[in-house]
Design a protein around this ligand. Sequence first.
Ligand code: PLP
Length: 331
Amino acid sequence: MFNKLSLCQIPTPLETMPRLGMKIGVETLLIKRDDLLGRGLGGSKLRKLEFIVSQALSQGADTLITIGSFESNHVALMSIVSRMQGLRPIVVLRVPTGKRSHTFNHCIQNSLEVETHIVEYVEGDIASQAMVRQKVDSYVSELVDKLTQEGHHPFFVPEGGCCLEGSYAFVEAFDELHKQMQKQGYQKYDIIVPVGSGSTYAGLWCGSQRAGAEVKIRGISIALRNPRCLKETRKATERVCNELGLRSPELKELDITDLFIGDGYAKSTEWSTRGIKLALRTEGLLLDHTYTGKALGAMITLLEKESPNHPVVFWHTGGVSGAVDNLFGLF
Ligand SMILES: Cc1ncc(COP(=O)(O)O)c(C=O)c1O
């Protein structure tokens, strides 16, 4: 369907979490280890980049540009992949005025000597946060024009790899997991996954539809409230459905909760703190407070109430750099 580079160590392991399962009263709790994808500190963004960067190369790109923040896993991994492919990485970061975080992901960018442009906004000021998106978009298009005039071939990688190819990576990732589950005799199960832009969720949802699988994809929104989160995710899902000839979902068919966001993006919550501690103490797993810790914390709270009698798979999407930052007390 789409060409891709070969960057990921796949299939990633599917492991059981018996100690965590026992602690929360779930008989079959599994974990899909996309934190072990194989470059940098791993993370599922690498699956998206296999497809996106392949497309960039086929269009003759010599430069990759993306958007993010000091904490962004996508920015760090895109920078790594750019260098691996001999491309020039350029990143535009949204940063609260005067704030410079020394995150692990930003250290990776620095050691890769990535060209970094900063667009500032006033933290906590909603108008300023809304404006910064526009500012970043026009900054990027000016950058693209300038580079093109200079004879370069820039390729824009959407933030978080949120695009058709990025989501399609997770249609294939669903197939990968489903084969592993079927091999263990499981047909019917739930997947729990963190939701940022919704493009990962979209790919998994479409994968399960395409396979006709009895699998519920349950998303935990880490920042966006509903109905916006559901609408953004449906938009991402529609893109893939159109490409694969699948029926697009109704909003009510997407199972994404916004109950565990707390104060917002990258803000710890009582659930994330509990999830991070329990995962490390019971299974030796590193989770970050932005994505995987929030999602696992939410999962624990939900499953303790539900006591499901079918298997549940937690999709560990990575974010190990954030877990390291967390351990160093950065947040
Ligand atoms: C570790 C991790 N998990 C989950 C997500 C969310 O993915 P999506 O934006 O596709 O919903 C991200 C996005 O940055 C991420 O870095």
